[in-house]
Design a protein around this ligand. Sequence first.
Ligand SMILES: [Zn+2]
Length: 155
Amino acid sequence: MVQTQEDRRRALAKRVCTCSDGPEDCLKNEETVTQWAPSPEKFRREPDVDKEIDFSVQRGQLTPEECWALMTSTGRVRPMLETAVVRYATVGDLRNAGIAVMHTPGRVADGLHVSLVWPAEAPLDHGTAPWPPDVTDDVNACFNEANPKGVNRND
Ligand SMILES: [Zn+2]
């Protein structure tokens, strides 16, 4: 059965956190989020429109290995590609680009999964994909250059 955007909004609503500030506000503007990619030219620029209305990142400034461990913790264990990279954005910058930055850990206790959803206003009611091209450009401008090692490694 083909999923509608409404189905996807309902699925997203089931994954939001129960933090006291609520899923739209629990991340602070000064926090960093991390996006992982299998290689520098393969960063997703917007939600995968065939599967989702949200764009997945992880909370915090993580190395590629840390991100990979989170992404694969509930699935099959595979070695990470040597070419894997991460890039970082600040939550406040993403919000300024018109995006809701939502904590969506699902059932993972203390989970770090974060969903970027457009529009920022009532995202669980109105979240949609694909994003307008100018929103996609603004969001991608929030991220720094791909960093193959992450900032936590010195080698
Ligand atoms: Zn939260």
